[in-house]
Ligand binder design. Structure first.
Ligand code: DOR
Ligand code: ZN
Length: 350
């Protein structure tokens, strides 16, 4: 095969993943472990993973279900609350229990009720993290109900992120799952200590996909998909080679019955198809030579970790849609496929 339809890269990591707990965790873990070496595990469980002790216990529950021989490594995060203790947070970092802290504005998304209402109240924690070199991962949306849902990220940047970056000049920050041209521009201008993850779904759907011929709950996530011009800005950022942008799937499993409901949950389960989707996007953009940077090098560099030594091979080949996953309670879990189908697949995962 010619180089343009087969590509071997260092094994990627997922810098933004929801693994949940219990039966759901056991169902989804294999899909991530198959393609990714490491993953930043988000802490929005019920109750949230707030302390070093919580993170250690959660890591053990994850480790108990990691498929043997996969070598998959969960990188734990702590859920920031207005009661978080700076010493506990930085001790978790020092002791290798948690690599980062996640900031959810209260009410912004799934299980964010214990999140932060007033950023001034977490100032001591942020100062301690700044000193310790511990990154802050941000769900960057305002929760003010008067702000249009499609504007919540841009307004968060304007009202909060700009000040947070100025108030904490040494803090490493990741603007998670960025979805707008505004975010891309802000990250580009920040010059290094601000990174951003980009999901596969935000690269292949815009907001029309949520309403294509009817309401499409499996295309509903937060931050919500935006206008086409924002999707194009995300694609340009992802393939640009700028090390501030890296892979984070935001794979977020919810049972089908919770998605297809009068008030459906936000979240797209894409762990099985994420890498193929990214490869397809980079191929379409004529930038396959930059996929390894985005998927396997920029993230480790930001977090101060070594890239993985193992390799993974992708190839251009029409792939069938992934079947829904069966859940332990008899329900199902829908797997995201790009609207036009998938034309790449993981050929060898090592
Ligand atoms: O769509 C989303 N789902 N966005 C988030 O921020 C959280 C996630 C989840 O945990 O379900
Ligand atoms: Zn998420």
């Amino acid at each position: 095969m010619s180089p343009s339809n087969r590509l071997t890269i260092r094994r990627p990591d997922d810098w933004h993943l929801h693994l949940r707990d219990g039966d759901m965790l056991a169902t989804v873990i294999g899909d991530s472990a198959r393609h990714f070496a490491r993953a930043i595990v988000m802490p929005n469980l019920v109750p949230p993973v707030r302390t070093a002790k919580d993170a250690l216990a959660y890591r053990r529950r994850i480790e108990a279900v990691i498929p043997e021989g996969s070598g998959f490594q969960p990188l734990m995060t702590l859920y920031l609350t207005e009661d978080s203790d700076p010493d506990d947070v930085t001790a978790a970092h020092r002791d290798g229990v948690a690599v980062a802290v996640k900031l959810y504005p209260a009410g912004a998304t799934t299980n964010s009720d214990s999140g932060v209402r007033d950023l001034d109240r977490v100032r001591p924690v942020l100062e301690a993290m700044e000193k310790a070199g511990m990154p802050l991962l941000i769900h960057g949306e305002v929760t003010d109900p008067d702000i249009d849902i499609f504007d919540r990220e841009a307004v968060f940047i304007e009202r909060h992120l700009t000040r947070l970056m100025a108030d904490h000049p040494g803090l490493k920050v990741v603007l998670e799952h960025c979805t707008t041209a505004d975010a891309v521009g802000f990250v580009e201008a920040a010059g290094g200590r601000l990174g951003a993850t980009i999901t596969p779904h935000h690269l292949v759907i815009n907001r029309n996909a949520i309403f294509q011929g009817g309401i499409r709950p499996h295309h509903y996530c937060l931050p919500i998909a935006k206008r086409e011009r924002h999707r194009l800005a995300l694609r340009r950022a992802a393939v640009s080679g700028n090390p501030a942008f890296f892979l984070g799937t935001d794979s977020a499993p919810h049972p089908i019955h919770a998605k297809e409901a009068a008030c459906g949950c936000a979240g797209i389960y894409n762990a099985p198809t994420a890498l193929a989707t990214y490869a397809q996007v980079f191929a379409e953009e004529g930038a396959l030579d930059r996929l390894e940077g985005f998927a396997s090098l920029h993230g480790p560099a930001f977090y101060g970790l070594a890239p993985n030594a193992a390799r993974l091979t992708l190839e251009a080949a029409p792939a069938d849609a992934e079947p829904d996953r069966a859940l332990a309670d008899g329900g199902g879990l829908h797997v995201f496929t790009p609207p036009g189908g998938l034309s790449w697949r993981v050929a060898e995962a090592g």
